[in-house]
Design a binder for this molecule. Structure first.
Ligand code: 0X9
Ligand code: ZN
Length: 413
């Protein structure tokens, strides 16, 4: 036991042996580039080829991560297309090591055990195990919350769903909240847990729908991003090329499957072998189908960009049914947030304002399930820290989303 612990410690932290520490090894030699203004189209093309990871999904942000294996080819293609780039981070592994070194000491250590959860969950991002304890604790202490495993991930972790039964006078109708489908977007799961806590304590201001929350839709990816690759996005499906594992779960749903996605397994937007090829998307689909008649809203939590996105993602030309209502309700949500914390969120259409993307939760729930209000919410920030959002944002970000959600629910129920 002691030997195992010592070996683990050496693997995670030590350079004493002269060996590369494992912690950020996957990102050694990766760079962050800022592309010039006209780099949007080419970065998307290079993402589909697996040569680039587009980080900021807004029309103005052109931040990309380039894996070490792709540096030369990406440089050549950008030059051919006349797109300039500035190197923001020379070596992502060194950058992250330095960031962690500076944070050490100031970060409050987590101490979340089965009986003491959820004490510290506002200060730090929880491990998957801690999230499980938090959920068990929450449901054991409530008469209206129940915890169900919807199925197992590729690496055999549970996909948990909490059902909060409505007790209010306006009972009828339900909402579905999904978080953590993209591994590195840690704030999304943290916010989902806070929403759960607030919904459970709410005295009725949120309008009494039944609520289904899947706070961690991609547990394998999350654990991988916590321990070995902070920029991991996909699930952990095995691939023929061990460097290119994983499927983008937000491209794997069966509606306009393949649009804005990639056939190439090294790509960050790899769509997988077929629609719903992945255990995680299958589990979500089956559970959503069971409650579909009740669902009035599906909210998929992501980061970053501070945008409330409405469908369709698959087409710029086609307008989704209920678009006016989606925008109006969306405006109510962003105004409530602005009034509370002065944080600006924008209501935007995915395909028109960002880029085409389908096979997403949002498009599938709107079309196949026929849910009226479906959104993808890109949480904090606007790109300063992106996925590396400091845990000090967990509480303020959760509070503003809760405020927005309350008024949104009052409007639609
Ligand atoms: O690309 C995505 O899957 C989402 N952005 S993220 O940076 N979190 O990866 C946006 C999905 C937008 N929704 C639809 N296209 N329907
Ligand atoms: Zn995402």
């Amino acid at each position: 036991m002691l030997i195992v612990a010592l070996v683990m410690m050496a693997m995670l932290t030590s350079t004493a042996s002269g060996m590369e520490p494992i912690r950020h090894r996957a990102l050694r030699g990766h760079q962050i580039w800022q592309l010039s203004g006209d780099g949007g189209a080419v970065s998307f093309e290079l993402m589909q080829k697996g040569l680039m990871d587009v980080l900021g999904h807004s029309r103005t942000s052109r931040k990309v991560r380039v894996p070490s294996r792709a540096l030369e080819e990406a440089r050549r293609i950008l030059q051919e297309r006349g797109v300039a780039h500035e190197v923001l981070v020379e070596d992502l592994a060194t950058f992250l090591e330095e960031k962690e070194r500076l944070a050490r000491g100031s970060v409050e250590r987590e101490s979340c055990f089965p009986n003491s959860c959820p004490r510290p969950f506002g200060n730090s991002y929880m491990t998957f195990k801690q999230i499980e304890w938090f959920l068990q604790n929450l449901c054991e202490n409530s008469t209206r919350a129940s915890l169900t495993s919807l199925g197992k991930s590729t690496e055999n972790r549970d996909i948990w769903m909490v059902h909060l039964r409505s007790e209010g006078p306006k009972a009828g109708g339900a909402i579905w909240v999904e978080a953590g489908i993209h591994a590195r977007e840690w704030i999304s799961s943290a916010v989902a847990l806070h929403l759960l806590k607030n919904l459970l304590q709410d005295d009725g201001t949120a309008g009494h729908p039944d609520v289904y929350v899947v706070p961690m839709a991609n547990p394998d990816g999350y654990e991988y991003s916590r321990t070995l690759d902070r920029f991991w996005r996909k699930n952990r499906r095995r691939a023929s090329n061990p460097e290119c594992m994983g499927v983008d779960l937000n491209r794997n749903w069966g509606f306009h499957y393949g649009v804005g996605a990639s056939d190439f397994e090294c790509s960050e937007v790899f769509k997988g072998a077929a629609a719903f090829s992945e255990p995680e998307t299958k589990a979500l689909r089956d559970a959503m189908k069971k409650v579909k008649d009740n669902l009035k809203m599906v909210l998929s939590l992501h980061s970053y960009g501070q945008q409330l996105l409405y469908p369709w993602g698959y087409s710029e030309e086609e307008t989704a049914p209920d678009t006016d209502d989606l925008i109006k309700a969306g405006n109510v949500f962003v105004e409530a947030i602005k009034n509370l914390s002065n944080t600006s969120y924008a209501v935007a259409n995915v395909a028109r304002d960002l880029y085409k993307a389908s096979g997403t939760t949002e498009d599938w729930a709107k079309s196949v399930l026929g849910v009226k209000y479906t959104y993808t919410l890109e949480l904090r920030d606007e790109g300063e820290n992106g996925f590396l959002l400091d845990p000090s944002h967990i509480l303020p970000c959760s509070e503003e989303v809760w405020e927005g959600l309350k008024v949104l629910l009052q409007r639609i129920f």
